[in-house]
Design a protein around this ligand. Structure first.
Ligand code: ATP
Length: 323
């Protein structure tokens, strides 16, 4: 198995080496190759990503991705949005689990408000929210495929205001009905509150691109912050795994980043691309063992650095492998 490793910018450069080491310990058979993309590369070369890197990423069996900085500039195109689109990574899985709840946010990843159909003019700016039948059908089908027996999916939308969500909602309902999966629905703004108040009410949530992005950051509150949440970007041919968090320039280079989200993203890679649930489970077990000893990064109230926390997890994994 060949895994492309993109550290990217900011804390991506600190958390990905930890996640890569975990994979190396668990699966010495994996062949890694680095791919350099992102804002740092743009500053040096004038290109954040080229067709060559896209080809390299497409050649991998899986991609382990850190984070890239995207400046709010009119002519800089987000690297990760481009990769998701070009590799057709249409399903963004963002699991959030904790005491008494186990939620999978399934976010449409290639269209909606992040379609890139937009323009800034002198007195106005406009972003088109494209929702297609094909895009909605396949994300709804994906979500239905993840529903547990006798469980329901929740459709997160804003169909009371947005016609594009009237369309999305109807397609999701049709797909759920065809798949024999029960469904509920919730306006996305109400869902952002209810997921915090009653997380146990939710299992699989399917929603559009930006709503899913926001909802998962909101849901991070349930587990102690962005440093903990992993994600998988899946398509029919390619797969990319990355923390939900971004490059966090405020803490970058200070050994403060929590590498748990990156480690869990590596675990998702093992589960989804190597079909190795056992190894994925070991990563989670090692994280929990280290946390239980009170070894925590600052975001979780501790005083350990990225490197120190990472070393503890790697030691834990090594001792699991030995025994
Ligand atoms: P982007 O726009 O790429 O999402 P951002 O800087 O706006 O980047 P994040 O990188 O997601 O947003 O981070 C938001 C804040 O959450 C950061 O400023 C940081 O303080 C905190 N944070 C994010 N990831 C981590 C982490 N792994 N460990 C600790 N704190 C984190």
């Amino acid at each position: 198995m060949r895994v492309a490793v993109v550290e990217g910018d900011g804390i991506g450069r600190e958390v990905i080496p930890v996640a890569k080491r975990a994979l190396e310990v668990l699966r010495p058979d994996i062949e890694f190759f680095p791919v350099e993309v992102g804002y740092g590369r743009w500053e040096r070369t004038g290109h954040a990503i080229t067709d060559d890197e896209l080809r390299e990423l497409a050649s991998a069996d899986a991609i382990l991705f850190g984070a890239v900085t995207t400046p709010p500039s009119p002519d800089y195109r987000s690297v990760i949005v481009r990769i998701r689109k070009e590799l057709d990574l249409y399903a963004n899985l963002r699991p959030v689990w904790g005491n008494g709840f186990d939620i999978m946010i399934v976010r449409e990843n290639t269209e909606g408000l992040y379609s890139g159909v937009e323009k800034i003019e002198h007195d106005s700016a406009c972003t088109v929210r494209c929702i297609t039948r094909r895009g909605s059908e396949r994300i709804a089908r994906f979500a239905c495929g993840l529903a547990r027996p006798n469980a329901f999916i929740t459709i997160g939308h804003k169909a009371n205001v947005l016609k594009s969500d009237v369309f999305f909602r109807e397609i999701c309902i049709a797909e759920a009905t065809a798949a024999g999966v029960a469904w509920k629905e919730c306006y996305i703004d109400a869902l952002c509150l209810d997921i915090l108040q009653h997380p146990e009410r939710y299992a699989v949530i399917v929603t559009t691109n930006m709503f899913g992005d926001i909802l998962s950051d909101v849901a991070a509150y349930l587990v102690g912050g962005l440093g903990l949440l992993p994600s998988g970007n899946l398509g029919d041919r390619h797969a990319l795994f990355e923390p939900v968090h971004g490059s966090a320039p405020d803490i970058a280079g200070k050994n403060l980043a929590n590498p748990i989200a990156a480690l869990r993203s590596a675990a998702m890679l093992l589960e989804h691309r190597a079909n190795d649930r056992e190894a994925a489970h070991k990563i989670e077990k090692a994280i929990n063992a280290v946390r239980a000893r009170g070894v925590l990064t600052r975001d979780l109230g501790g005083n350990h650095g990225t490197v120190e926390f990472g070393n503890e997890v790697i030691r834990e994994l090594e001792s699991m492998i030995r025994n």
